[in-house]
Design a protein around this ligand. Structure first.
Ligand SMILES: [Zn+2]
Length: 87
């Protein structure tokens, strides 16, 4: 039942975050669990259960970054990691 032709939006977001220097760390610093189980970085108007979608994205971005060449400088090369080009 899995549609392989449709890109996973979480995966696409993770690739984007992985390409932004420091973004993964910033997300993980801000989106921490509160005592009530909600996310400290989300839910200004409505509580969001932790881990929120941004934590999932950041965790996946971390895996992408660690799998990629760690010494690669940020730049256009990052877009080659995902095998996609901007439209
Ligand atoms: Zn959050």
């Amino acid at each position: 039942m899995t549609r392989h032709t449709t890109p996973d939006p979480i995966d696409a977001a993770a690739w984007f975050v992985a390409g932004q220097p420091g973004a993964t760390a910033r997300i993980l610093e801000r989106h921490t669990a509160r005592e009530d189980g909600s996310c400290a970085g989300c839910g200004v108007y409505r509580p969001v259960r932790w881990p929120c979608v941004l934590v999932h994205i950041a965790r996946r971005a971390k895996k992408i970054s660690s799998a990629a060449d760690k010494d690669a400088p940020p730049g256009p090369k990052r877009w080659a990691w995902c095998g996609r080009t901007a439209a």
